[in-house]
Design a protein around this ligand. Structure first.
Ligand SMILES: Cc1cc2nc3c(=O)[nH]c(=O)nc-3n(C[C@H](O)[C@H](O)[C@H](O)COP(=O)(O)OP(=O)(O)OC[C@H]3O[C@@H](n4cnc5c(N)ncnc54)[C@H](O)[C@@H]3O)c2cc1C
Length: 380
């Protein structure tokens, strides 16, 4: 192997995509994931055309299509009247316009597709990272068991509570938004004759902290439901915390009957407090950088968290294409310069929670191509 040695902290969507892309460019990649194995934790991953296009370039788009559902439209409806305020055709229309469809799938299915695309022995489970520090010839990762490894480049893909971000930029705790999200899945048959189950539909509430989002999973055999409630007394995060379905239904009792029917079809939900961070002015120091939720966690109201992590991974790999050790700091600056404005805008716009409420243009989000976007790397 003649490329760089690269250590990736965190084997989530962003870390795995970065690993595949960097490996294909000839770098030697090791990914360290704290969990013992991937379970079927979490429900959905929503991949808009910008992310599916990026996955196509990684060679995993077909495998994702094989297990995913393809929402037919993106529809906005008003919480009380049920009025449709926007409708965007997806599926083949998105394929024509953006080069890829929108796909919705189980997070666990995406992780397993990405893991299979990695070279053997790339992903090490059960490795919890405790710290990262720059050293003369690269950067050293220290693990919770006290052992350490040094690489030419270290990438923090370790999510919203990133240890790598903390090591680079110190304490800046995520802020609780005062909103709790609730996720659940029901078998399609449980919805009776409800219309539009094959679309991505967002029911806009009376205020931006009430909404229901629904879309198909598993070729449409299951329907995913996301909703939110304002709550100031509960800040717990996690993907397996049982929620209070009766309280959720009560909070939505004044919604349109078709919206309430979605909550009524659920048997259970998991709940998680939503946190955000301000956009960072810089993401890299020397040979260390961050991507995905470690760099720019966002509320899921535009469904772009995983999509941004995937785009980051591709642009970062392109920045390191053909780089020698001496080029790494400049390559990492080029990567973050190419990505910061877009991800900050999507963080802000997600929090404002107005995007596509009315008929609008989705091109700036869906039409981004990570494989060709401008990237300016200055010579070392
Ligand atoms: C368990 C789980 C379930 C999720 N479920 C959903 C869902 O249902 N719907 C949805 O839209 N989004 C879900 N997400 C979030 C979504 O996957 C991410 O927001 C998005 O994909 C961004 O990806 P990322 O790779 O930047 O971060 P993440 O997907 O958060 O991945 C970060 C990875 O780093 C690992 N990690 C963290 N700290 C350390 C450490 N110190 N040492 C080693 N490894 C570490 C984590 O275990 C995780 O695998 C989930 C995330 C997780 C971790």
């Amino acid at each position: 192997m003649t490329g760089l040695s690269i250590g990736i902290c965190g084997g989530g969507v962003g870390g795995l995509c970065a690993g595949i892309a960097l490996q294909r460019l000839g770098h030697s990649v090791s990914i360290f994931e704290q969990t013992a194995r991937f379970g079927r934790v979490g429900a959905d991953i929503n991949l808009t055309p910008n992310a599916v296009h990026a996955l196509d370039g990684l060679g995993v788009g077909e495998a994702a299509r094989a297990t995913a559902a393809r929402p037919t439209h993106r529809i906005s409806r008003m919480w009380d009247s049920g009025e449709e305020t926007s409708r965007l055709p997806l599926s083949s229309a998105a394929e024509e316009r953006y080069g890829a469809p929108q796909l919705t799938l189980h997070r666990a299915d995406l992780l397993s597709i990405l893991t299979e695309a990695l070279g053997a022995d790339t992903l090490a489970f059960g490795h919890r990272i405790a710290g990262v520090e720059p050293v003369a010839d690269g950067a050293t990762i220290t693990f919770a068991d006290g052992s350490s490894r040094t690489f030419d480049v270290v990438i923090g893909a370790d999510g919203i509570h990133s240890v790598v971000r903390h090591a680079l930029f110190g304490d800046d705790h995520p802020t609780f938004t005062g909103i709790v999200s609730h996720r659940g899945v029901f078998p399609r048959a449980a919805a009776g004759d409800l219309a539009n189950l094959d679309a991505f539909t967002k029911w806009w509430g009376p205020t931006s902290d009430y909404q229901i989002v629904t879309f198909p999973l598993s070729h449409g055999q299951e329907i995913f439901v996301f909703s939110t409630t304002p709550r100031s007394d509960w800040t717990e995060e996690g993907w397996t915390i049982p929620g209070d379905l009766a309280a959720l239904r009560e909070a939505y009792k004044d919604f349109h009957p078709e919206a309430r029917a979605l909550l009524n079809a659920l048997d259970e939900v998991t709940s998680s407090a939503l946190h955000v961070r301000e956009p960072l002015p810089t993401w890299s120091k020397g040979c260390i950088t961050i991507l995905g939720d470690a760099a720019h966690p966002m509320v899921p109201f535009m469904a772009q968290g995983a999509c941004m992590a995937i785009e980051d991974a591709i642009v970062l790999a392109r920045a390191l294409d053909g780089a020698a050790k001496v080029d790494v700091p400049a390559a990492l600056v080029a990567y973050e310069e190419a990505r910061k404005a877009r991800t900050a805008e999507i963080q802000r716009s997600s929090l404002a929670n107005e995007w596509m409420k009315k008929q609008g243009n989705a091109d700036w989000v869906y039409g981004y191509h990570a494989w060709t976007v401008d990237l300016q790397r200055t010579a070392a």
